[in-house]
Design a protein around this ligand. Structure first.
Ligand SMILES: [Ca+2]
Ligand SMILES: [Ca+2]
Length: 213
């Protein structure tokens, strides 16, 4: 009898041990999981969105599916060419997805421009809602490039938000649009989905001359 009980106990412990990791791998909301303070992206892909998914016990979750949902952000401009992004974009659902590594981390070098107000972008992990955001990009006009003369007006649109709390131009997540955000605009000038754009070559010379006059 005693050996039999011991065997049953061992079996029960084994079931618990197998069941526990599955239960524990449910993603926990922030601050246990780490999400960005705000959601700022550049069409060139050099403003990364990093998420670290952890369970309620703060253990990183390997292989968690992290989804960035742009379905409520119609003005988000998602670059689709050239191909080669490490993440998957589904244009029908307007979602971008990638799975976490062994440290629970995903690092999206997102190539996205445009903007939308609070709640426009949402982050999920294994279907669990983590956080929602406004979308901010130096590509203020949402056409896949950051250009301030001749062929585009990103700086003009940005300047109209200086001194406000408009989250679509608050790139450093501090709640205002000031000279620090202007610096980000400057750093990302001429960036586009296709690399560095040369505005002069994409406009007639007369318009460029008129700009500098
Ligand atoms: Ca633009
Ligand atoms: Ca700011």
């Amino acid at each position: 009898m005693v050996p039999r009980i011991r065997a049953l106990l061992a079996a029960a412990l084994l079931v618990s041990a197998v069941a526990l990791p599955g239960f524990a791998s449910v993603p926990a909301p922030p601050p246990i999981s780490t999400v960005p303070s705000c959601f700022a992206t550049c069409p060139l892909g050099d403003m990364h969105i990093v998420v670290i998914v952890r369970d309620l016990a703060s253990n990183p979750i390997f292989g968690a599916l992290v989804v960035l949902d742009f379905s409520a952000c119609p003005n988000a401009y998602v670059c689709t060419s050239p191909a080669g992004d490490p993440y998957v974009y589904d244009p029908l659902s307007r979602t971008i997805r990638m799975t976490t590594d062994a440290s629970g981390k995903v690092d999206f070098p997102l190539r996205v421009g445009g903007g939308c107000g609070p709640g426009g972008v949402k982050i999920y992990a294994n279907g669990v809602f983590l956080q929602s955001y406004a979308l901010a990009s130096p590509d203020q006009t949402g056409n896949g490039m950051v250009v301030c003369f001749a062929i585009d007006t990103d700086c003009d649109v940005f300047s109209s938000k200086l001194g406000t709390g408009d989250p679509t131009a608050d790139f450093d997540c501090d709640g205002d649009v000031d000279l620090d955000d202007q610096l980000t605009m400057n750093l990302h000038g001429s960036h586009s989905c296709h690399g560095i754009v040369d505005p002069a070559k994409r406009s007639d010379w007369g318009r460029v001359k008129a700009f500098y006059r």
